[in-house]
Design a protein around this ligand. Structure first.
Ligand SMILES: [Zn+2]
Length: 319
């Protein structure tokens, strides 16, 4: 298993190996598709690898390979009995935690995708995370820290996985889609800000994502010539609030690239062909567009009408 852009993850692991003091509970947070599960497996490898160096798992020993193949008896992926973890699911782990590991000196419980679990389910874990048996480690994942009780957070190392930087993302795409051109990969890498999961969905031909990326391209093209009408038409074609917000987020990235290109940072230019056109705008204008998009993203979180929001944004973006 290869971790792309793994800095955030490796530094705490490295620090623990260096100090010899290991925290028994980890909370990994990040947006959907950003690679939390991979990060959780990587953490398990770092804890169980038989040839770990400086906190970095070797990736090839028997332990590492079995973790990746989901066959390691001491890397336990906790199952949900309902849509989210129940008190009983947690009680089951607690009981299991007091039995010895099978093959290793340690055992790791992966409690992934914790969103929606009840306080009661978490509370069932509090005692065992406060005073865990020596060999026992827990890795929790969720979209953000609000998923977790403060008491659980306080006894855990929290690791926020941010979107991979664009280069890490491109590296992933090159490895995974060796027969595709650089240009084909550039588009999702730019549009999804390096979110590897979303890029993969796009490369695999997700209709929804192809549509969004196409809309981003049309909006940025229209924006570069201040064509308010087209911006309004393209935006108002979106009926889903989250999709709308996602599109505004991608446009924000294009504006960021335009500003970078303007500042002479060549990396920005390649991503969206319209970014270099938008770089012709003044910094003041780019910042106004940026603020306007940010305000639009906030409004998506309220129950405002998307149709009127589209018209309003088109007006503001092109003025
Ligand atoms: Zn290993």
């Amino acid at each position: 298993m290869k971790m792309y852009s793994k800095q955030t993850l490796t530094s705490p692991l490295r620090a623990m190996y260096k100090s010899g003091r290991f925290v028994h509970s980890y909370i990994i947070t990040g947006a959907k598709g950003v690679g939390k599960k991979t990060a959780a497996l990587y953490t398990a490898q770092a804890l169980l690898c038989s040839d770990v160096k400086d906190g970095i798992p070797c990736g090839v020993c028997r332990e590492c390979r079995r973790i990746e193949a989901n066959t390691h008896p001491d890397c336990i992926r906790v199952e949900k009995s309902k849509r989210s973890y129940s008190v009983d699911d947690m009680r089951h782990i607690v009981t299991d935690a007091y039995t010895s590991p099978n093959d290793c000196d340690r055992k790791v419980y992966l409690v992934t995708d914790c969103g929606g679990w009840s306080d009661a389910a978490q509370a069932a874990m509090l005692k065992v995370t406060e005073d865990p048996p020596d060999p026992v480690y827990f890795v929790f994942t969720g979209e953000d820290l609000t998923t977790f009780l403060p008491t659980l957070i306080s006894r855990s190392v929290t690791i926020g996985i941010t979107e991979a930087d664009r280069e890490g993302c491109m590296e992933y795409l090159r490895d995974t889609y060796p027969d595709r051109s650089e240009d084909e990969m550039m588009r999702p890498a730019a549009a999804f800000g390096g979110n590897i999961g979303r890029c993969a969905q796009y490369m695999d031909g997700s209709e929804e994502l192809l549509d969004i990326v196409e809309r981003v391209r049309r909006t940025s093209a229209a924006l570069s010539v201040s064509d308010e009408y087209t911006v309004a038409v393209v935006l108002s074609g979106i009926k889903d609030r989250d999709v709308f917000k996602g599109l505004l987020g991608m446009l924000t990235a294009v504006i960021r690239d335009a500003a970078a290109a303007k500042a002479g940072d060549g990396r920005g230019i390649s991503c969206d062909p319209n970014a270099s056109k938008l770089a012709g705008f003044s910094y003041g204008r780019l910042m106004r567009i940026y603020d306007c998009l940010a305000a639009g993203m906030r409004l998506c979180g309220t129950n405002c009408n998307l149709e009127s929001l589209s018209a309003m944004l088109a007006g503001q973006l092109c003025s």
